[in-house]
Structures are given as structure tokens and as C-alpha cells.
Design a protein around this ligand. Structure first.
Ligand SMILES: C[S@@+](CC[C@H](N)C(=O)[O-])C[C@H]1O[C@@H](n2cnc3c(N)ncnc32)[C@H](O)[C@@H]1O
Length: 205
């Protein structure tokens, strides 16, 4: 398995916000190698890692990352996007959901957001921190965000020192176009549309 360029950028965002992480409940979805979740755990967050319940080898990779980074206390769950499983039902309220490079198949977008919506019922203030790689100008989250009563803010990479080809000695971001989003529950107030690198987003100013 591979650490995707998005993971390095999301890990950089976590490192930039490391002082806010101790004690926070953080769930990584579609974690794979789990770089962002591992960084969050090292910064003192109460992390749970997850990947598809149907991909046991990916779950084993999550566990291996925990072992290699001396984090035996980090639980690893099989959470398939869009499935309300016993493991999802049993999760305590989360403060932050991490998602690195999960928005790559438009047919999965709604399943990802429904999982986040479910977690918003447990904690309305939960935020999805997500990085995605721009692969197509046709992608759009706009209608789904509206349907699931969410809003989205685009975080400029320069604001957390990630607007460069090498981050923390990693060349992975390279020339890939990676964007950072924070998705939260929509609130009352003026909502404006913004278009960011082909993804049409809602932004509350
Ligand atoms: C492009 S990889 C990103 C891995 C990791 N987050 C990173 O950035 O290095 C996508 C990840 O999503 C997981 N995934 C794919 N479909 C899924 C689903 N339906 N539910 C949960 N996870 C899924 C894959 O197993 C894989 O780990």
C-alpha cells in the first residue's frame, strides 16, 4: 500500500494545529497507511483508525502502522462508508474526522458524507478535515453538501505552510494538486457558492 500525497498535506495540517489536538476524539476513515491518524495520535489525540470492513488487508496495514509507531492503544475498526454498522453505532462522539484522498470515486461521495452525517448526530460540532487530489474538473460536492446540511470551507495550503512540493522531507505532494477542506454542519446565515479547482463548494463567509 501507498502513502498518498494527500496524506502528507493532511498530516502537515494536523502538525500545524497540534496544540489543539490533545484529548480530542479523532477518527480517520479510509485510513490505509494512516499517516494523518498516526500524527494525530502522536500529538495526543484519542485516535481511532478505520478502513473498509470489506478490505481486511487494509485494516491489517492500519494495525501495522500502529505497531511500527508504538501506538498499541489505537483501535482499528472496519468502517465501510455509508454503512451503519455495529462498530459505527458503538463509537463515542468524535471531534474530528480525518479523510485523506477519499474523494476519488464520485459514486462514493454520498456514502462518505452519510457516515459524517451520522457522526454529526452524535456530535453536531464534529468537523471533517479532508484533503483531496484534483483529478477531474467535473467533480462536485455542492448538491450533496446541501442535501446533507453541511458547509465546506476551503483552507489555503499557504495558511499551514503546505504550498510547496516538499513537506517535512517528503517529495510526495510534488506536482500533484492537493486541496484541503473543512466540512461541518451547516448553520443559519448567508451561504455563498465558491468554485475551487473544479469542486463546487458552499462557503459561509
Ligand atoms: C486513495 S486511498 C487513501 C489512503 C490513505 N488515506 C492515504 O491518503 O494514504 C483510499 C482508501 O480508502 C479506502 N476505501 C476505499 N473504499 C472504501 C469504502 N467503501 N469504505 C471505507 N474505506 C474505503 C481504501 O481501502 C484506501 O485505504
Amino acid at each position: 500500500m501507498y502513502v498518498w500525497p494527500c496524506a502528507v498535506v493532511l498530516a502537515q495540517y494536523l502538525w500545524f494545529h497540534r496544540r489543539s489536538l490533545p484529548g480530542k476524539a479523532v477518527l480517520e476513515i479510509g485510513a490505509g497507511v494512516s499517516l494523518p491518524g498516526i500524527v494525530a495520535a502522536k500529538c495526543g489525540a484519542k485516535v481511532t483508525l478505520s478502513d473498509s470492513a470489506e478490505l481486511p488487508h487494509c485494516l491489517e496495514i492500519c494495525r501495522q502502522s500502529c505497531r511500527m509507531n508504538h501506538l498499541p492503544q489505537v483501535p482499528v475498526l472496519g468502517l465501510t462508508w455509508g454503512h451503519v454498522s455495529q462498530d459505527l453505532l458503538g463509537l463515542p462522539p468524535q471531534d474530528i474526522v480525518l479523510a485523506s484522498d477519499v474523494f476519488f470515486e464520485p459514486e462514493d461521495f454520498e456514502d462518505i458524507l452519510t457516515t459524517v452525517y451520522f457522526l454529526m448526530q452524535k456530535n453536531p460540532r464534529v468537523q471533517l478535515w479532508s484533503t483531496y487530489q484534483v483529478r477531474s474538473a467535473d467533480w462536485s460536492l455542492e448538491a450533496l453538501l446541501y442535501k446533507w446540511e453541511m458547509r465546506c470551507a476551503h483552507v489555503p495550503l499557504g495558511s499551514f505552510d503546505a504550498d510547496k512540493e516538499h513537506i517535512a522531507d517528503s517529495a510526495l505532494p510534488g506536482r500533484h494538486t492537493v486541496e484541503m477542506l473543512v466540512i461541518s454542519r451547516a448553520e443559519e446565515g448567508p451561504v455563498h457558492m465558491v468554485s475551487v479547482s473544479g469542486l463546487y463548494l458552499l462557503r459561509l463567509w
